[in-house]
Design a protein around this ligand. Structure first.
Ligand code: NIG
Ligand code: FE
Length: 403
């Protein structure tokens, strides 16, 4: 994933494929890439530890899942059954199920329990080749409960090799037990949650859900305004069922606008012409049985598309980024290069990670290896060709042969 266009469409021919390759890592970073022969010679001279892989592998940058909600309690298997039997996501939410159900279960869980659940899920991600995952709060929905979630995510990060990038999603919905207006709730978050997040360094990103069941383009303004003033990166759950969110994202120069299943011509052009990364969440499309994000059109108009799993107990319970990204490629007519860029380099950009998502000198030595000689196999098998090995900061953290 080196030397690809920064924006817009990517053709498979633009992928730089090093055959018979070698990589030298040092202190968790890639020091050098090149041919096996040339690097082997160097390594021998310098007494570098050498790991020769005898079989044929394709090695890619470790995958980056730039949008997850893996810190949660409970399950929503009943919602899933209800949706398949005819109820819509928004109907279930209005009836008191949906996100609120997970809020109740997450509030009941202790910080330690949540940290354990989150680390366990992060380890699952690692085995699927994901070496960095964003994790949102948003099932606490009060100052203390949101803090509990963010602290649990921090503890989880200490207990998994997967890098976790926390995001404050206190504006996921107006808590049903809140005795006041949406504006008052957000004011409380601004005044009493944001400063603690800053002082404890719990997150550097702030998210909101702009939707009928959550916040409006109008009432969210002070929240994002204050977040921007305080130096948080902004990201938005936008245009999932109705439009409006993507406009807010572009207005606040958000790093990413995620979902976009309902985006139309106007939103597509606006996003494609902005610096806001459009993040497709095919796991939510599959989980809810709805349309995919119009990724092809966004790319063709010059936008940047990342692809993330949205792993959460409600709309995206699968949590398998590679399968989902493959499906988006199939249904959305994306080239393999576009799909792979969406879960590596372009996802890194969505999280503002400077040195992740590429196999290039100076980048994090995070890699995922597949046992095949043709990179096309990885998406062709639609998630069923599993990673054979995962390397994090230069160290092997998972191998299919060890289990
Ligand atoms: O990204 N859309 C809003 N938030 C999540 C769903 C969370 C949930 O249903 O628990 C999403 O799909
Ligand atoms: Fe989400």
């Amino acid at each position: 994933m080196t030397g690809l266009p920064e924006r817009g469409a990517v053709r498979d021919e633009q992928l730089l494929i090093q055959e018979n390759a070698g990589i030298i890592t040092e202190n968790g970073l890639i020091r050098e890439t090149g041919t096996h022969e040339e690097l082997l010679e160097k390594a021998r001279q310098e007494n570098v530890e050498i790991n020769l892989l005898e079989r044929e592998y394709v090695v890619l940058p470790g995958f980056i899942d730039s949008h997850t909600h893996i810190c949660f309690g409970g399950s929503r298997a009943r919602d899933y059954a209800m949706r398949n039997a005819g109820k819509s996501y928004l109907e279930i939410a209005r009836a008191g199920g949906g996100i609120w159900d997970t809020v109740t279960k997450t509030r009941e869980a202790s910080e330690e329990e949540l940290a354990k659940l989150t680390a366990r899920r992060a380890n699952e991600l690692l085995q699927r080749g994901i070496t960095t995952a964003e994790v949102k709060s948003g099932y606490g929905l009060s100052v203390n409960q949101e803090l509990k979630m963010l602290r649990a995510i921090r503890t989880a990060a200490e207990n998994t090799a997967c890098t976790l990038v926390p995001t404050c999603l206190a504006a996921h919905m107006v808590p049903r037990d809140y005795d006041g207006t949406p504006e008052e709730y957000l004011r409380e978050i601004i005044d009493h949650l944001f400063p603690v997040i800053k002082s404890e360094g719990l997150a550097r990103r702030v998210d909101a859900f702009i939707e009928e069941s959550a916040f409006t383009s109008e009432n969210i303004q002070p929240y994002f305004k204050r977040a921007a003033e305080m130096g948080f990166d902004i990201t938005v759950h936008a245009d999932q069922f109705h439009t409006g969110g993507s406009e807010v994202a572009v207005e606040f120069r958000a790093v990413s606008a995620d979902h976009l299943e309902a985006s139309g011509e106007q939103e597509i052009s606006m996003l494609a012409g902005s610096d806001t990364i459009a993040t497709a969440l095919p796991g939510a499309s599959v989980g809810l049985g709805m349309a995919f994000t119009p990724a092809r059109q966004i790319l063709d108009e010059g936008g940047v598309v990342a692809i993330a799993s949205d792993w959460n107990p409600g709309s995206a319970p699968m949590g398998d980024l590679l399968t989902q990204a493959s499906l988006l490629g199939t249904f959305g007519k994306l080239s393999n290069a576009e799909v792979l860029a969406g879960i590596t380099e372009r996802a890194a950009k969505a999280l503002r990670l400077e040195k992740a998502g590429r196999l290039e000198a100076g980048y994090m030595a995070d890699m995922v290896l597949f046992e095949t000689s043709d990179f096309n196999d990885i998406l062709y098998r639609q998630g069923q060709l599993k990673p054979a090995m995962v390397i994090k900061k230069g160290k092997k953290v998972y191998s299919i042969h060890d289990v």
